[in-house]
Design a protein around this ligand. Structure first.
Ligand code: FAD
Length: 494
């Protein structure tokens, strides 16, 4: 198509900039349109260990590692009557780590990396309309530059919507975003100096402290000495309490002072920023892709931040989407087959975290039961303890291991059986997995990996270039499918 960019990406957050950088590195021409001028503020500071392998692949790792973000080596949860010390070095791998990041700086590094990899990045560029070819395939976008009334049109071969919660395709064009009724929460947060972590926290760990009214605090150390301190609670409860206390800020202050765990952590500390509020509601789109487009990150689905999963889901989704798009644009595989792989793996990751998060909110009866549920979602036969299984999933590593073909996709039977056996309550509501009619998520847990499936044996490869590859299974592997193996250490992609 002449000089037309091959791929147009809407949005320069972690999802968009990662997808764009990976595609550019795979030799594809990419244009990225971002509404804001970076660096720009964004909430979502606690990253999972899984992100490191994606950062290496996108080329951003060195700049992120050199920036001096707070190193994070796990989590410390005071949840109901339990205390969990999730030390990644002990439970996952000696060198497992990530960072607690100032998102303005982190997202800026990722966007500049996209430019360095050859992406044409245009900031202050707002996409107004997506033009379709009459059927379902997008062919062009109309966009405007800040301060200029002129509408510009850019056409493309493939569109990636990474517009975050704005959800250009899923919300505006297709109206297919479905809320998760049981996770309709809000978040109220601010920044503090002079605070401390629980003394038994792993290095730089996120501290999570639950409250008796069913909410929870995040307490995240940042490199400049500030702490991000936020409270997540059901939106209905917040509305009631806001009325009682007069404002969100007063309610936030009241909850902090009445939490023994948070009072200890904030003793002598100073609040150094205004209180911010976000309707932190969770949702999932009916489709993550279609002819000529993929929807990545928050634009596709958002899960309550209890397990700090947002950036992982956005960048992991960016990786699997880029592999699928590159493969199909090179003509190595039918577009619909390649995109099926993206849809399947992205929903699978979302569904597994959703299962854990919902269980923590609703069905929590103690860490032993909770961790053994996590174990069923990974591999009942591995040598991992239940707590190791939970930690591996919650560090984002199970997703990466499965997609890279280092382990069979596991846990499928467990989650399908759990969902199918869960009956609606008397009002007909499904009180599980966020209360949503979960066909949009669990259909992708029915294992489509049989020999007739287009996805049989598919995995991501990076050699010699990013894409999908079919790994023919040997007889021994086929007979071993019932006994999947999760590797003992953190993965890298091959
Ligand atoms: P975004 O980062 O939102 O990027 C989308 C980009 O698209 C934006 O820069 C926007 O300007 C641009 N855009 C939108 N519309 C247009 C348009 N029309 N044209 C051009 N550009 C457009 N995640 C974690 O990993 N850890 C956490 O601890 C965590 N805590 C959170 C706490 C709260 C209260 C909330 C609400 C979220 C939290 N998250 C957390 C989630 C995380 O912030 C998001 O999942 C993550 O930012 C998703 O990345 P993204 O690239 O999909 O979207």
């Amino acid at each position: 198509m002449g000089n037309t960019p091959h791929v147009l990406v809407i949005g320069g957050g972690p999802g968009g900039s990662t997808t764009a950088a990976l595609l550019a590195r795979a030799g594809i021409r990419v244009t990225l349109l971002e509404r804001d001028q970076f660096p720009r503020y964004h909430i979502g500071e606690s990253l999972l260990a899984s992100g490191l392998s994606t950062l290496r692949l996108s080329g951003a790792y060195d700049a992120v590692a050199a920036h001096g973000f707070q190193v994070k080596r796990g989590g410390f949860f005071e949840w109901r009557n339990d205390v969990w010390r999730l030390n990644w070095a002990e439970l996952v791998a000696a060198d497992a780590q990530s960072w607690q990041v100032d998102r303005a700086a982190f997202d800026d590094i990722l966007l500049r990396n996209a430019t360095a990899q050859g992406v044409e990045v245009i900031e202050q560029a707002t996409v107004r309309e997506v033009i379709f070819d009459g059927a379902e395939r997008p062919t062009a976008v109309e966009w405007t530059k800040a301060g200029d009334d002129q509408t510009l049109t850019t056409s493309f071969d493939f569109l990636v919507d990474a517009s975050g919660r704005a959800g250009l395709l899923s919300r505006r064009h297709f109206n297919m975003r479905r809320p998760l009724p049981d996770l309709q929460n809000i978040a109220i947060w601010s920044y503090w100096t002079g605070a401390r972590l629980h003394p038994e926290s792993p290095e730089g760990a996120i501290n999570v402290v639950s409250t008796e009214e069913g909410g929870w605090f995040w307490h995240i150390p940042l490199a400049d000495g500030r702490f991000s301190v936020g409270y997540v609670i059901a939106a209905s409860r917040a509305a009631q309490m806001r009325a009682e206390h007069g404002s969100d800020a007063a309610y936030y202050d009241y909850m902090l002072r009445n939490s023994p765990g948070m009072s200890q952590r904030l003793a002598g500390a100073q609040q150094v920023a205004e209180v911010r509020v976000e309707q932190d509601y969770s949702y999932v789109s009916e489709r993550f892709c279609g002819p000529g487009y993929a929807i990545v990150g928050d634009a596709a689905a958002f899960l309550d931040p209890l397990l700090s999963t947002g950036v992982h889901l956005a960048t992991y989704g960016g990786l699997t989407a880029a592999a699928a798009i590159a493969t199909s644009l090179r003509g190595e595989m039918a577009e619909s087959d390649a995109l099926d792989f993206y849809e399947y793996t992205a929903r699978r990751a979302f569904g597994r975290f959703l299962s854990l998060v919902t269980r923590m909110y609703r069905d929590y009866i103690g860490s032993a039961e909770y961790f053994s549920h996590a174990r069923r979602l990974t591999n009942e036969h591995s040598s991992d303890t239940a707590q190791e299984s939970f930690t591996r999933i919650s560090a984002g590593l199970t997703d990466v291991v499965e997609t890279s073909g280092q382990a069979e996709r596991v846990g499928t039977d467990t989650i399908v059986a759990e969902v199918e056996n869960h009956q609606p309550d008397q009002e007909g509501n499904i009180r599980y997995m966020g209360g949503l009619d979960m066909s949009v998520v669990w259909d992708h847990w029915r294992d489509p990996l049989g020999p007739d499936s287009a996805m049989d044996g598919l995995r991501i490869t990076t050699e010699p270039v990013l894409g999908l590859t079919r790994r023919p299974r040997t007889d021994a592997e086929i007979s071993a499918i019932a006994r999947p193996v999760v590797p003992p250490t953190a993965p890298g992609l091959h």
